[in-house]
Every structure is written in C-alpha cells, then in structure tokens.
Write a protein that binds this ligand. Sequence first.
Ligand code: CAA
Length: 258
Amino acid sequence: MPDYQHILSETHGRVGLVRFNRPKALNALNSVLMEEMFMALEAFDRDAEIGCLVVTGSERAFAAGADITEMAEASAVDMLLRDNGARWDRLRRLKKPLIAAVSGFCLGGGCELAMGCDMIVASESARFGQPEINLGVIPGAGGTQRLTRAVGKPLAMEMILNARFLTAEEAARFGLVNRVAPVETYLEEALALAQAIAARAPLAVRLAKEAVNNAFETYLADGLADERRAFYFLFSTEDQKEGMRAFVEKRPARWTGS
Ligand code: CAA
C-alpha cells in the first residue's frame, strides 16, 4: 500500500475501506486527500479480491466540506484551470458498489461525496448539509442535483438556500440514507452491508449498479432497454448458470465472477 498522508486504506475480507485521516481540519477535502482517496478507491476497484468499497471519516466528522483555505483567495480563472471538479467524475467511474459510512459533520463537498456513493449508512450523530451559501457560493460538486433528486425540491431548496442541516433521523425519513445506527456500530453495519454485497455474484452486482445509476442519467425507455440488455447478457455468465442451478438443487451458489 502507498504511504498516504491524509487517508488510511485497509481491507476487511473482500471489502476495501478508505478512512479519511485529517482530524484537525474535520477531514476537509483538500487536493491531497481527494487524490489519495481516488487512488485508493481505484486500486480496490481494480482488485479482483475486493467486491465492495466503503469510505468513512471519524465519529466527529465524515468531512466538513471542500477545504476552504485552498480556495479562499482563488480567482475564477484559478478555479477553472485547477478544475478540481473534474476529479469528482472519477467517483462515477468506479465499477464496484461504494458505501459511505457517515458520522458527525457531513457538509458541503462531504455531503456531495456521500451522495455520490451508492449507499449511505449514518450514525445517529450524522449531520447533513450544504452550507456553501454561508460562504457566498453554491455547492460545486453535484449538491444541487443529487440532493434535489434524493430529498425533493422544497427541502433541497431550504438546505441549499438557507443552510438547513438534516439530522440522521431526518435524512433517513427523507430518503437520503439507507439506515441509521448507533455511533458505536455504524461502521460495523456499513462493513457488514459491504461484506454481504461482496459475497454476491460479482458480474451481476456490477451490472446492477450500472443499471440503477442509469435511472438518473437517461430517459426511462433507454434505461429499460439498457437494463434488458444487461439482463440478457448475464445469461452468458457462469454465475447465472451456477445461481439458477443452485436454486433448483436447493444449495448455496458458489460465485466465480465468470
Ligand atoms: N475547510 C477547511 N478547514 C475546515 C473546514 C473546511 N471546510 N471545516 C472545518 N475546518 C477546520 C476549521 O478551520 C478548524 O481549524 P483550526 O482548528 O485550525 O481553526 C477545524 O477544522 C475545526 O473546525 P471548527 O473549529 O470550526 O469546529 P466547530 O465544531 O466549531 O464547527 C463546523 C464545525 C460547523 C463543521 C465548522 O467548522 C464549519 O462550518 N466548517 C465549514 C463547513 C462548510 O462551509 N463546508 C462547505 C465547504 S465549501 C464546499 O464544500 C464547496 C463544494 O461544494 C465542493
């Protein structure tokens, strides 16, 4: 494993875990942390021994947003030339499911990162918000789009225009997170969910993720056609034969990812 400055990267069975490790800045997402996170996630994504990915922060903060000190004095031209936003596209290119295990502050770019993951497991202390309006800007990494799709327009407007934070319980009620767990166990729960997904037929998991994400990218007719093609394609895999035979023979399936 490379010697990272602001993250820790570890494996738990077939799960790759990336922990943000910049506690003094509440895991603010500076360029180094972002680059290291993507390097680690992409390495897990390429590793055939890994079936699911998890990102997490600390109990106090998943991430308090993009690093404000890095951009406070930047001009529009600086921002355009740095184009840090382009880095966020790497999140969408990950093939394996990615779960955010969120506790404490999950704000700005931190909230956008969590929403860019495929699922969110939150601790009871998690607080979700897009407070960029307090800085005289707006979300710049997908917040206006993903939050609106997740919680609906009225609440997204209130959160983005008036910096309203959601508690974990509210986030669950409004469909932003999958589940809420005690602070002591939220990471364990996220890892257990990841382990369960990592134990499933890898090719089917990969195409299922792609098909669900398509629901946000295409017209319904195109999404349905893509889904049907992926469904038919899976009948060319060993895992489909094994999965259906195992059902008929009343035994657990043995997945090979082939
Ligand atoms: N960038 C850089 N440093 C940050 C930071 C951020 N986003 N958030 C917190 N920190 C730093 C603080 O400056 C402080 O550092 P020092 O100890 O060196 O002073 C340290 O983390 C601890 O923070 P606080 O003392 O402020 O802790 P608190 O408990 O009083 O408040 C907080 C916590 C409410 C999260 C507060 O820190 C805060 O409001 N942070 C900024 C949140 C924010 O605006 N995020 C959006 C960023 S812009 C963005 O993300 C753009 C985008 O869409 C990509």
